[in-house]
Design a protein around this ligand. Structure first.
Ligand code: C2E
Ligand code: CA
Ligand code: CA
Length: 530
């Protein structure tokens, strides 16, 4: 039996099916749209913000068609861009010297490490400095000093273009790293002297630039950035000290630098434990033929090396600032002898360094000693070299003025070795001029030398100063300075510096002012004293 086909009955479930399929498609489409327009951008946003939070600012998110999401993407892209710029700026600040726009020490060290790690040829590290920049800055100010640094950087940049790392590593110190063959080529084309020791015109000034360089080579002078830089610096310091334009590092320099460091530590120790003593060098009064003055010359009583003369440590003490402590120690020791000076009517000279006459705290220190023993100042002469007085004349004027106010005599030491005029020096409260031995020795054999010595003594007298001639070694020199009218004489002819005990025996026993008769020789003097 056949049943009639009820189309209506079939179409209803079919319709339902179609509707269901349509519904599924619609849901799928909606889901697709939501995924495309919202979920994917949101996932991208999440990944992007995660990258940013991890410090990777190289993030640029694609656009979305949804305005609200797009606004968020735009904001995040902008934020990433700004962070990128800021990072670039920070990196520039971290690796660049702001004044000269050259690289700085951090960058140089990284670049040098990188270069040495993949170097296929020998490299050279050259450091150089503008040595007199401090002085220029003191006289002409920071602005001029900055301009000099900028000019030197520009000049160096012009000279070192390719395959070169150029940096200012600190203050007036620059450094360049380049293949060794390139350095040889550059130095042949452009001698270092033109970069390091030349005139520079700035504003209305013609400035004399003085610089020194040190060179270290990779690989023989060091395998890493640190040792190469350090050794180039050791060579530079030695070049400066020995006044050579440049020096290539040699292993023996390092030993020298290590010794220096050790000596500084020992000197510090010596100050703490007062390992110093004085040697006394008498001065002969040529008017009265008597000895009532002596210069106190410091000796370092080194535990293993024995007595070290000032030539072996004063410069080091000046460079490290330890001289300030040494001078205080010298003052204390001199004050310990004041009772003896009073008894013996003796006047003692002590030496001051440039740093001392720029040190107002020293004035206060001495003022405290002075308060307890005001009479002492009459028995002490403070010696200062003309170059030390001229380093900061205004400050020296102030400090020496205060010392003079307390009653100390002031002497200009080693006169004739500097370039200052006596008229200018007379602005200082000086009472004595000590003519350096270079003007005295051999003056008896040389007419020009004799004229210079005579006019210096005369000039000293015209200025109202007592004149001492230093370094008199021979009878002829003694006769000459006596004839030319010097007031005092100091030198090996009379006596070498000696320890206190010897000085006491030879010159202090009894009434020493009456010990000398006119024209007695030092030998006779000493015999009489004994
Ligand atoms: P100075 O102040 O010019 O002292 C004189 C130096 O010349 C002494 O050397 C002395 O031994 C030497 N001398 C003296 N007469 C003659 C001579 O006829 N011929 C030769 N060739 N030399 C002579 P010394 O004791 O080695 O002292 C050297 C320098 O060290 C001193 O030169 C002074 O500038 C410095 N100095 C010494 N003691 C002190 C101190 O306590 N403080 C400071 N800041 N410097 C000091
Ligand atoms: Ca002296
Ligand atoms: Ca002297």
């Amino acid at each position: 039996m056949a049943y009639p086909l009820d189309l209506n009955a079939i179409s209803i479930p079919l319709q339902g099916l179609w509707l269901a399929v349509l519904g599924v498609c619609l849901v799928a489409w909606v889901f697709h749209c939501v995924r495309k327009l919202v979920l994917e951008p949101l996932r991208e946003l999440t990944v992007g913000t995660q990258k940013i939070s991890q410090g990777n600012f190289d993030v640029q998110l694609g656009n979305s068609r949804l305005r609200a999401v797009n606004a968020l993407i735009h904001a995040i892209n902008q934020m990433a861009l700004r962070l990128q710029e800021r990072e670039l700026q920070a990196r520039r600040t971290a690796y660049q010297d702001q004044l000269t726009q050259l690289n700085n020490r951090i960058y140089l060290t990284l670049a040098l490490a990188d270069r040495t790690s993949r170097a296929r040829e020998p490299l050279s590290v050259l450091t150089w400095s503008i040595d007199n920049l401090d002085t220029i800055q003191e006289v002409l100010g920071h602005e001029v000093a900055d301009q000099i640094l900028i000019r030197v950087a520009t000049k160096a940049r012009r000279l070192c273009r390719d395959n070169v790392v150029l940096a200012r590593i600190e203050g007036p110190v620059f450094c360049v790293v380049m293949p060794r063959r390139l350095l040889a080529l550059k130095l042949a084309q452009y001698p270092l002297k033109r970069l390091l020791q030349s005139d520079l015109r700035l504003k209305n000034y013609k400035l004399d630039i003085q610089g020194y360089a040190g060179i270290a080579h990779y690989p023989e002078h060091g395998q890493c950035a640190d040792s190469l830089l350090r050794r180039a610096e050791i060579a530079r310091q030695l070049a400066r000290k020995t006044r050579q334009i440049s020096l290539e590092f040699e292993p023996r320099f390092e030993q020298r630098a290590a010794n220096r460091l050790q000596l500084i530590a020992q000197l510090r120790d010596a100050i703490a434990h007062e390992q110093f003593c004085f040697y006394f060098q008498p001065k002969l009064n040529l008017r009265t033929n008597s000895i009532n003055q002596a210069e106190l010359l410091l000796r370092w009583n080194h535990p293993t090396k024995g007595l070290i003369a000032p030539g072996g440590f004063i410069e080091l003490a000046e460079q490290t600032g330890l001289i300030k402590d040494i001078t205080r120690l010298v003052f204390r020791k001199a004050y310990d002898m004041i009772d003896l000076c009073m008894q013996q009517n003796l006047r003692l000279s002590i030496n001051l360094s440039a740093m001392d006459v720029e040190d107002l705290a020293l004035v206060q220190f001495v003022a405290r000693l002075h308060k307890n023993q005001p009479e002492a100042a009459k028995h002490l002469v403070l010696e200062i070299t003309e170059s030390a007085a001229m380093r900061d004349p205004e400050q020296a004027l102030e400090v020496l003025g205060r010392f003079s106010g307390m009653g100390f005599q002031i002497a200009i030491d080693d006169f004739g070795t500097g370039y200052s005029s006596l008229a200018y020096l007379k602005r200082f409260p000086v009472t004595e001029l000590k003519i350096d031995r270079s003007l005295v020795q051999g003056a008896d054999l040389d007419t020009d030398g004799q004229i210079i010595l005579e006019s210096t003594i005369e000039m000293g007298h015209i200025m109202g100063l007592l004149v001492t001639t230093e370094g008199v070694e021979t009878d002829a020199e003694f006769e000459l300075v006596s004839k030319l009218g010097a007031d005092y004489l100091q030198g090996f002819w009379l006596s070498r510096p000696m320890p206190f005990e010897e000085f006491r025996l030879k010159h202090l026993v009894g009434n020493h002012t009456a010990l000398l008769q006119p024209h007695t020789s030092p030998l006779e003097i000493n015999q009489k004293v004994l």
